[in-house]
Design a protein around this ligand. Structure first.
Ligand code: ADP
Ligand code: MG
Length: 394
C-alpha cells in the first residue's frame, strides 16, 4: 500500500529510515571529532565487514558528523584495477578542490589559506588533474614532486596551518578501501602516521571488506596502531526489530509481533535484508496492518527478488567443486556454522579440491571462517537459494 511513500531502502549505500544498532561506532567517531576541535589528535577509524552490512551508510553518517563540525571532508570510492587507480587520483583531486572552495567561503584570505590553496594547486598539477591554464589559484612550489607520498604530506601540512586557525581538520573518507592501489595506500598510511606524530588534524577514515585490516598491515607494519578497527556485522536482535518497526510506526503502520518475528528471523540481523523485507511487507499489505499473512507473502516476494539479483552471481560464478561445497552446506538444515572437517569428509571432493573450493568461495565473499575449524555463509538465506538453484538444475 502506498508504494510511493515506502520508507525502506534496500540497496547500496542508501541511508535507512532508521540507522539501527550503530550507536557505539557513531559515539566513537563523535569523540574523535570533538577531540579534534579541542586540537587533540587520535587514531582514526576503519570499518570492515561483508557486503550488505551497512559500512557505506555508516561511513557516510560519519562524514556528515565531521562536516557538521566544520571538517574539510573528501569522500572517494576505490575500485580495483589500473583504471581504478587513475580514477581514484582524479576523484581525490576534484573533491579536494570542491572542499577547498567550500572552505574558502566566508574566510579571510589569510596567509595560511593562501598557501594551502597554492599547495593544492601544485598537488593537482602533479596528479595531472588540472593544468596550469585551468588552475584557479597560482600554484605554490610545494606538493609538486610527482612522488605521491611526498606531495600528499606537503599538502596536508600546508592545509593544517589553515585548518588550525579555525580549529578544523581534514578527513579523507575512503569506501571500498581494500581496492586502493599500493602506491596510494602507502602514501595515505605514511601521511596518516606522520600527521599523528606532528599532531596535524588529518584523518583517513576507511570502510572495506574483512580483508582490509590485513591489507593495511601488509602495506605498513604500523597500520595496526593507526586505526581503531571496527568490525561491522549483523545487527543485534533489538536493533533489527527497531530497523523494521520504527519506520512503520512513524508512518502510522502497524505490525503484529508474530509477523515481525517472521521477518527478523529470516533476516538474521542482516541490514540489507531488513530493508528488503520491510519494503516488500509495506507494499504488499492492503491496509496499514502487516500480519503473518502479509509477512509470508513479503518473504516469498523478497526471495524471488534475491534469487534474480543479489544471490544470483554467487551461484553463477561458482565452479563445479564450489557448487558441491555450497550444496552440501545448504543441505545441513538449520545450521549457521559448519565444521570444516565434516564438510571436507562428506562433500565428495579430494582434499585438495576442497581446499581450493573453500579458498575461492572465501575470496569471493560467499563463505567465511567463522571460528577455528568452522565456516559459515556470509549472507543469510544463501542455503535456500542454493537449494532452489540446484532443484532448477535437477
Ligand atoms: N544500521 C542500519 N540499520 C538498518 N538498515 C541499514 C543499516 N545500515 C545499512 N542498512 C541498509 O543495508 C543496506 C546495505 O547498506 P550498505 O551501507 O550499502 O552496506 P555495505 O556498504 O556494507 O555493503 C542498505 O539497504 C541500507 O539502507
Ligand atoms: Mg558499501
Amino acid at each position: 500500500m502506498y508504494p510511493e511513500l515506502n520508507p525502506f531502502t534496500p540497496g547500496s549505500g542508501l541511508r535507512p529510515p532508521r540507522l539501527a544498532g550503530r550507536d557505539r561506532e557513531i559515539a566513537a567517531f563523535d569523540l574523535i571529532v570533538a577531540r579534534s576541535l579541542a586540537r587533540r589528535t587520535d587514531a582514526s577509524i576503519v570499518l570492515h565487514g561483508y557486503r550488505g552490512v551497512g559500512k557505506t551508510v555508516l561511513l557516510n553518517a560519519m562524514r556528515t558528523q565531521a562536516e557538521n563540525a566544520g571538517w574539510l571532508c573528501i569522500d572517494v570510492e576505490a575500485q580495483p584495477s589500473d583504471t581504478g587507480a587513475v580514477r581514484l587520483r582524479q576523484q581525490l583531486g576534484r573533491k579536494l578542490h570542491e572542499a577547498a572552495e567550500q572552505f574558502k567561503k566566508g574566510k579571510a584570505y589569510s596567509e595560511a589559506v593562501r598557501r594551502a590553496l597554492g599547495t593544492l594547486t601544485g598537488f593537482s598539477l602533479s596528479l595531472g588533474v588540472v593544468s596550469i591554464e585551468t588552475a584557479r589559484e597560482p600554484a605554490g612550489h610545494r606538493a609538486r614532486s610527482g612522488v605521491l607520498e611526498v606531495d600528499l604530506e606537503e599538502l596536508v601540512e600546508d592545509f593544517a596551518d589553515a585548518l588550525r586557525e579555525t580549529g578544523s581538520a581534514i578527513g579523507i573518507f575512503i569506501d571500498e578501501m581494500q581496492d586502493v592501489d599500493d602506491e596510494m595506500l602507502s602514501a595515505l598510511l605514511t601521511v596518516q602516521n606522520r600527521a599523528g606524530q606532528k599532531e596535524i588534524p588529518f584523518y583517513v577514515v576507511g570502510a572495506g571488506l574483512p580483508t582490509l585490516p590485513a591489507r593495511l598491515s601488509g602495506a605498513r607494519s604500523y597500520a595496526e596502531r593507526l586505526f581503531d578497527y571496527r568490525h561491522i556485522g549483523a545487527l543485534a536482535a533489538e536493533s533489527a526489530v527497531a530497523a523494521i518497526k520504527e519506520p512503520l510506526i512513524r508512518n502510522n503502520f502497524h505490525i503484529d509481533d508474530d509477523a515481525l518475528a517472521m521477518l527478523t528471523r529470516d533476516a538474521k540481523g542482516y541490514p540489507y535484508f531488513l530493508q528488503l523485507f520491510g519494503r516488500e511487507a509495506w507494499n504488499l499489505t492492503g491496509s496499514r496492518l502487516i500480519d503473518v499473512d502479509v509477512a509470508s507473502r513479503a518473504l516469498a516476494s523478497a526471495y524471488q527478488n534475491l534469487d534474480q539479483g543479489y544471490f544470483r552471481s554467487s551461484w553463477d560464478r561458482a565452479d563445479a567443486s564450489e557448487r558441491r561445497v555450497l550444496r552440501y552446506m545448504a543441505a545441513q538444515e538449520q545450521l549457521d556454522e559448519y565444521g570444516v572437517d565434516d564438510v571436507a569428509e562428506n562433500v565428495g571432493l579430494s582434499s585438495q579440491a576442497f581446499v581450493g573450493a573453500r579458498e575461492s568461495l572465501t575470496n569471493k565473499g560467499v563463505i567465511f571462517t567463522s571460528g577455528p575449524g568452522r565456516i559459515a555463509f556470509t549472507t543469510p538465506g544463501m542455503p535456500g537459494h542454493v537449494k532452489r538453484r540446484s532443484e532448477q538444475l535437477g
